[in-house]
Design a protein around this ligand. Structure first.
Ligand SMILES: [Zn+2]
Length: 94
């Protein structure tokens, strides 16, 4: 799947359509204060180790991708709902 690197879309801060930069959302390091991370630390603590079994079987061919749209005028970023794609490439707009 090919998508343009730059799209014209609505910016909620500018209240109008502006050019946006598109990039794949990368995983950020989890904050130690977030609820999920605190729960994970509690679950892995002590004897017994990791709470979930190791994933078995093949790696998934189609994965969920998140995109971030950054407004070029005010730098406001929106991350809409993710979708599934086999291979996603961001290409230069022609
Ligand atoms: Zn904007």
């Amino acid at each position: 799947m090919h998508l343009p690197k730059e799209v014209m879309t609505y910016c909620p801060r500018c209240h109008k359509h502006t050019p946006h930069d598109v990039e794949k959302a990368k995983k950020r390091t989890a904050s130690e204060l977030k609820w999920g991370q605190r729960r994970f630390r509690r679950a892995t603590r002590g004897y017994g180790g990791f709470p979930r079994p190791k994933p078995e079987g093949r790696a998934k061919a189609v994965r969920r991708v998140n995109l971030r749209y950054k407004c070029q005028t005010c730098k406001y970023t929106v991350q809409p709902a993710s979708f599934r794609a086999g291979a996603l490439e961001l290409t230069e707009a022609k």
